[in-house]
Design a protein around this ligand. Structure first.
Ligand SMILES: Cc1ncc(COP(=O)(O)O)c(C=O)c1O
Length: 379
């Protein structure tokens, strides 16, 4: 059976060139970057070259990037590391539509004395910069706002929010795991002090991420050890992973983004032709690979099951959360009822998605919806 993978917001296929770039670091150049001999220095050079590539891609200085095990770790390090380093400022501002690794870190920090403001968003998922401004107090340490939402694809106006944070003298962090290489990130233009990045959403390996920390910002490390990554992230560096991450950034390009956008729009247009289907998230300022729709009166889980039987893989909620049966917190925040939320599907594309695959989905999906509506008790 053919497979059509439309869950690229959860994870992506590793690019052939990325894989090729990584292989020598498993079998030939496997030294420890802390060793003084040639094999160690070879690894160290690869580490620093990768750091330069990641830094350049967001207009940062090379030494402002540290490597981590992914988006989750970077977000934990930012929020916990700043909180523990700043006893005099205990207020964190974030949104109701962050990834769970931000929300659950904030919830845990509340048990440690943090005060957290979870900002509302509008019905398309946008944060109002005025709400950010109003929420800032003299105790505010950091504003942390997701760049592009992983469920509904809303791209926030970082430039405007960043300007406010700068004027008010509070740190500004964004989780850019979904937007990296798809939407420009420029730490100067967007007034960013900290940025979370990861590799497996952009055709790089899993288990690798990075954190941009602007020069001069002090963070308490979460791990203690041999002083790796400026003593902020101790542990022997994952050289093959880091090399692959950098390669995935090098191979990303705007032509792919254009192609994915065209296919996304074709998919949205086709899905909206099915009666009683609603697009979740915005039409404009939407991530190029994100489609999220609700089908009235049927369970997203049932549609997902039928699609899987036809070899089509989609997500019925954020993949990282699909072990939970709770309706999505993101869809709730944009005003969907639990029933509407449970009737939604996310289809996320990549550079490997073809027009033929989209046509196939548009041929299969209306038939599944029609069949399920006929037997639905929810009418
Ligand atoms: C917006 C966002 N932040 C963070 C993460 C977590 O990243 P990782 O899987 O690298 O820990 C994800 C991935 O699901 C994500 O989509």
């Amino acid at each position: 059976m053919r497979h059509i993978y439309l869950d690229n917001a959860a994870s992506t296929k590793v690019d052939e060139n990325v894989l090729k770039s990584m292989l020598p670091y498993f079998t030939e150049k496997y030294g420890n970057a802390s060793s003084q001999h040639f094999a160690g220095q070879e690894a160290k050079n690869a580490l620093e070259k990768s750091r330069r590539i990641i830094a350049k891609s967001i207009k940062a200085h090379t030494h402002e990037i540290i490597f981590t095990s992914g988006g989750t770790e970077s977000n934990n390090l930012v929020l916990k590391g700043l909180f523990f380093n700043n006893p005099e400022r205990n207020h964190i501002i974030t949104t109701k539509i962050e990834h769970d690794c931000v929300l659950n870190t904030c919830r845990w920090l509340e048990t440690q004395g943090a005060k957290v403001t979870y900002l509302n968003v509008d019905k398309e998922g946008f944060v109002n910069p005025k709400d950010v401004e109003k929420a800032i107090t003299d105790k505010t340490l950091i504003v942390s706002i997701i760049h592009a939402n992983n469920e509904i694809g809303t791209i926030q106006n970082l430039e405007e929010i960043g300007k406010i944070c700068k004027q008010k003298n509070v740190l500004f962090h964004t989780d850019a795991c979904q937007s990296f290489t798809k939407v420009p990130i420029n730490i100067k233009k967007q007034h960013l002090d900290l940025v979370t990045l990861n590799s497996h959403k952009i055709h790089g390996p899993k288990g690798v991420g990075a954190l941009y920390i602007k020069d001069g910002i002090k963070i308490t490390p979460l791990t203690h050890g041999g002083g790796h990554e400026r003593n902020l992230r101790n542990g022997t560096e994952n050289i093959p992973g880091v090399v692959g991450f950098a390669k995935s950034v090098e191979v990303a390009n705007s032509k792919d983004v254009e192609k994915i956008t065209e296919l996304r729009d074709k998919l949205i247009k086709g899905l909206l032709k099915i009666p009683n289907v609603q697009l979740n998230g915005p039409e404009k300022r939407r991530l190029c690979n994100n489609v999220n729709v609700s089908f009235n009166n049927i369970e997203g889980e049932s549609i997902g099951g039928y699609l899987e039987n036809s070899g089509i893989y989609v997500s019925t909620g954020s993949a990282c959360m699909s072990h939970s049966l709770e309706p999505s917190h993101v869809l709730k925040a944009i005003g969907l009822s639990p029933v509407q939320s449970n009737s939604s599907l996310r289809l996320s594309l990549s550079k490997y998605t073809t027009e033929e695959e989209i046509n196939y989905v548009l041929q299969i999906l209306p038939k599944i919806v029609e069949k399920l509506r006929r037997i639905s008790p929810l009418k």
